[in-house]
Design a protein around this ligand. Structure first.
Ligand SMILES: [Zn+2]
Length: 80
């Protein structure tokens, strides 16, 4: 599976924190707090990688994996 493309866009109108598009585009609201950003990024990536998964599984694993990585100390840094 090819890596998804990531785009940051305010998603208030879509009432979403993140969106996955079938063409491999992930959109994430840039205003999310760090921990939520991690969860949403994993959530949308799971949609990309496991297209047949039910939303409830994506929800559950997105929460679990992000919680685990957060406990390990993984944080987003600005590399620009
Ligand atoms: Zn979802």
């Amino acid at each position: 599976m090819e890596n998804p493309r990531i785009k940051y866009r305010k998603l208030g109108r879509e009432r979403a924190r993140g969106l996955y598009h079938e063409d491999g585009l992930i959109e994430i609201d840039p205003r999310l707090p760090a921990k939520e950003h991690l969860e949403v990024a994993i959530h949308e990536y799971l949609h990309h990688e496991f297209k047949h998964w039910e939303e409830s599984h994506v929800e559950e694993y997105g929460r679990k994996i992000s919680e685990f990585l957060w406990i390990l100390g993984y944080r987003r840094v600005n590399l620009d």
